[in-house]
Design a protein around this ligand. Structure first.
Ligand code: XMP
Length: 536
C-alpha cells in the first residue's frame, strides 16, 4: 500500500463522529494547513508527519453518558495545542474538572457571539492575550453556527495542568468560546468549519499558524515533485503497473501521473465498458489516451452487465451486482497478466478513505458506494493509491500541473455504478439507450449555454413510470425522464441549481422530439437532504 504522505508537518483532526469532521479537514487544507483525520482510538496512531496541533471534532454523544467516546490520553500527551469543537470542547472542559449540563441552553442553527470586552481593541479581538490569540482579527459580534444539547455549566478550576480557563465569548444562552490561560487548550461551542459561521475559516487558520506555529504550508499545486519522488522510491525499476480507469477525474489523473513518471511501457490502463456509461464515455477514454499518449486497454463487457442485472430493480441489489461484476471482469483480466504486473493502481481519494471508515469513525452508510476503489486486495498485486491523501480540488490542481485538459478535470462527478443508479427500477439495454440519449442532449445543452461549469452536477434519470401523452394526433404511453441539476461543495449537502424555466422547456422539447420512448420530462427540485443527489 502506498503510504508516503505528501507533507512534513500539520494538524491531526480527531473524529468523534460529527457530520462536519470532513469540513474541518477541508477548511484547514484550504488554508494550506496539512491535516489528516484519525479515530479517537485508545492507542496513539502512528503519525508519519509532525503533529503541531490537534482538533477534536463534535459528535453525537453526550459527555454525561457512560457510553460516550472518552478523550484519548495520547491527545494531551502529544504536548501540542488542542482545539475542541462542540463535543470536543465538552470533553476537554470535563477532563480539566469543569461541569457540563444537558438541556435548557440548547441551540441549533444561527446564533450571535459576543467576545468579552477585555480582549477587544477597535472592535476587533486582539492578539495581546495568549488566551484569545486564536480569535484575533474577528469582530466583537458575529454570527456562529450552533448544534448542541449540552453546554458548559462551569469552567475548569485553576490547576497545575491547565492554569485555569477563561470565558472568551458568549451567546445569549451559553458560553460559546473559552480557553486555558496559556491559550493552548481552546474550546468552541460553535462550529467554525461550517460556512454560516462568520470568520470560521480565519479562526482555524489562526489556530494552525499562530497557536500551533505551523510554518510549512501545504501547497497542493507543488505536490507533483513530492509524489514523484515517493513513487520513484517505492516502485522498483522494471516493475509494471495496471491502472483501473474510468475516464473520470481521479483515475485519469492517476494514470497520467504514473505514465509521466514511469513511461507508457510500464503503465497499462484498463477500462471496463459496463454498458452503464454515458453515450460517448468509451470513445472519450480512447481520445484521452491518444491525446495524452497513454496505454489503455478497453474491455467490452456490456452484455455481461445487462445479463446480470436482468429482473433486478432494488437499488442496493443493483449496486452490489454492478460492483461484483466489475470486480470479476477486472480480476479476470488482471489475473491473466499477473506475471507481468507488480502493482494495481487506483484513483482512491481521501474522501473515499474517510467514508470507508479508515480515517475516522465514519458517518452512517446511506448507500454502498461503488467505484474502482472497491477492488479486492486479494488480487496478487501490491496496491498503489497515489491520491489517497488528496481531496478532489487538490487532485484537480495536480491534474492541471500534469497538463490535463480542463474539460476532463472539471467534468461533473459520475457515480461508479453509472447509469445503473440513474435508471430507477430494472436496467435493460433499451432503457440504457434511452437514458444515454436524453442525458447527452441535456449536457450538450448546458455546455452550449455555458452553464455546465456553473453547475456542480447535472444528469438525467429514467423513471420506472409510463405516462399518457399526445404527439401529433396520436395518443402515446411512454417513459418519463427527470432532469437533475445541483450545486454543492462536497456532495454532503446540495441545493437545486437555478436553471431558467425557458431553458428547461427547451431541453424537454429536445429530448421528447429526439428520444424515442419518452413523452414527459420533469425537473427535480429537491435539495439534499432530504433527498440524495442520485435517485438510487
Ligand atoms: P448521493 O446520491 O449519495 O451522491 O447524494 C453524492 C455524490 O456521490 C456520487 N455517487 C457515487 N460515486 N460511487 C461513486 O464513485 C458510487 O457508488 C456513488 N453513488 C453516488 C454522486 O454522483 C454524487 O456526486
Amino acid at each position: 500500500m502506498y503510504q508516503s504522505r505528501p507533507h512534513d508537518e500539520g494538524l491531526c483532526v480527531v473524529d468523534f463522529g460529527s457530520q462536519y469532521t470532513r469540513l474541518i479537514a477541508r477548511k484547514l487544507r484550504e488554508n494550506h494547513i496539512y491535516c489528516e483525520i484519525f479515530p479517537p482510538s485508545k492507542d496513539s496512531p502512528r503519525f508519519s508527519y509532525t503533529i503541531k496541533g490537534v482538533v477534536l471534532s463534535g459528535g453525537p454523544d453526550s459527555v454525561a453518558s457512560d457510553l460516550a467516546s472518552p478523550l484519548p490520553s495520547w491527545v494531551l500527551n502529544l504536548g501540542v495545542p488542542v482545539l475542541g469543537i462542540c463535543y470536543g470542547m465538552q470533553l476537554l472542559v470535563k477532563h480539566f474538572g469543569g461541569v457540563i449540563h444537558s438541556g435548557v441552553s440548547r441551540e441549533y442553527g444561527r446564533a450571535s457571539i459576543t467576545y468579552e470586552n477585555r480582549f477587544m481593541v477597535d472592535n476587533l479581538v486582539t492578539a495581546n492575550s495568549p488566551v484569545a490569540r486564536i480569535w484575533q482579527g474577528l469582530s466583537q459580534n458575529h454570527t456562529v453556527w450552533m448544534s448542541h444539547g449540552d453546554h458548559i455549566a462551569q469552567l475548569p478550576p485553576v490547576s497545575v495542568q491547565s492554569g485555569g480557563f477563561e470565558v472568551v465569548g458568549r451567546t445569549a444562552r451559553t458560553i460559546a468560546a473559552c480557553a486555558s490561560c496559556d491559550g493552548k487548550v481552546i474550546g468552541l461551542q460553535y462550529h467554525p468549519e461550517v460556512k454560516h459561521t462568520e470568520g470560521g475559516s480565519q479562526l482555524l487558520s489562526n489556530f494552525a499558524r499562530h497557536v500551533c506555529g505551523v510554518a510549512s504550508l501545504w501547497q497542493p499545486n507543488s505536490m507533483l515533485d513530492t509524489l514523484t519522488k515517493a513513487l520513484q522510491a517505492q516502485v522498483l525499476s522494471g516493475e509494471k503497473i495496471l491502472v483501473a480507469c474510468s475516464g473520470g477525474v481521479d483515475s485519469t489523473v492517476t494514470l497520467v501521473l504514473l505514465t509521466q513518471i514511469f513511461g507508457k511501457d510500464r503503465v497499462q490502463g484498463v477500462f471496463v465498458n459496463t454498458g452503464l456509461l454515458r453515450l460517448d464515455d468509451a470513445h472519450k477514454m480512447a481520445k484521452i489516451a491518444e491525446e495524452l499518449c497513454l496505454s489503455v486497454h478497453q474491455i467490452p463487457a456490456e452484455s455481461l452487465f445487462y445479463q446480470k442485472l436482468a429482473g433486478v430493480s432494488h437499488p442496493e441489489e443493483k449496486r452490489k451486482i454492478i460492483g461484483a461484476t466489475f470486480v470479476d471482469v477486472f480480476t479476470q483480466f488482471a489475473l491473466e497478466r499477473k506475471t507481468q504486473f507488480s502493482y494495481l493502481a487506483q484513483g482512491t481519494l481521501y474522501s473515499d478513505v474517510i467514508e470507508s471508515g479508515d480515517g475516522g469513525t465514519g458517518p452512517q452508510v446511506i448507500k454502498t458506494h461503488h467505484n474502482v476503489g472497491g477492488l479486492p486486495e486479494r488480487l496478487p498485486f501490491k496496491i498503489l493509491e497515489p491520491l489517497r491523501f488528496l481531496f478532489k480540488d487538490e487532485v484537480r490542481m495536480l491534474g492541471a500541473e500534469l497538463g490535463i485538459d480542463r474539460e476532463i478535470l472539471w467534468q461533473h462527478p459520475f457515480p461508479g455504478p453509472g447509469l445503473g443508479v440513474r435508471i430507477a427500477g430494472e436496467v435493460t439495454e433499451q432503457r440504457v439507450k434511452i437514458l444515454q440519449q436524453a442525458d447527452q442532449i441535456y449536457i450538450d445543452f448546458l455546455k452550449e449555454k455555458n452553464i455546465y461549469h456553473e453547475i456542480w452536477q447535472a444528469f438525467c434519470v429514467l423513471l420506472p413510470v409510463k405516462s399518457v401523452g399526445v404527439m401529433g394526433d396520436e395518443r402515446t404511453y411512454e417513459w418519463v425522464v427527470s432532469l437533475r441539476a445541483v450545486n454543492s461543495t462536497d456532495a454532503m449537502t446540495a441545493m437545486v441549481a437555478n436553471i431558467q424555466m425557458a431553458d428547461l422547456t427547451t431541453v424537454a422539447e429536445k429530448i421528447i422530439s429526439t428520444v424515442q420512448g419518452v413523452n414527459r420530462v420533469l425537473y427535480d427540485i429537491t435539495t439534499k437532504p432530504p433527498a440524495t443527489i442520485e435517485w438510487e
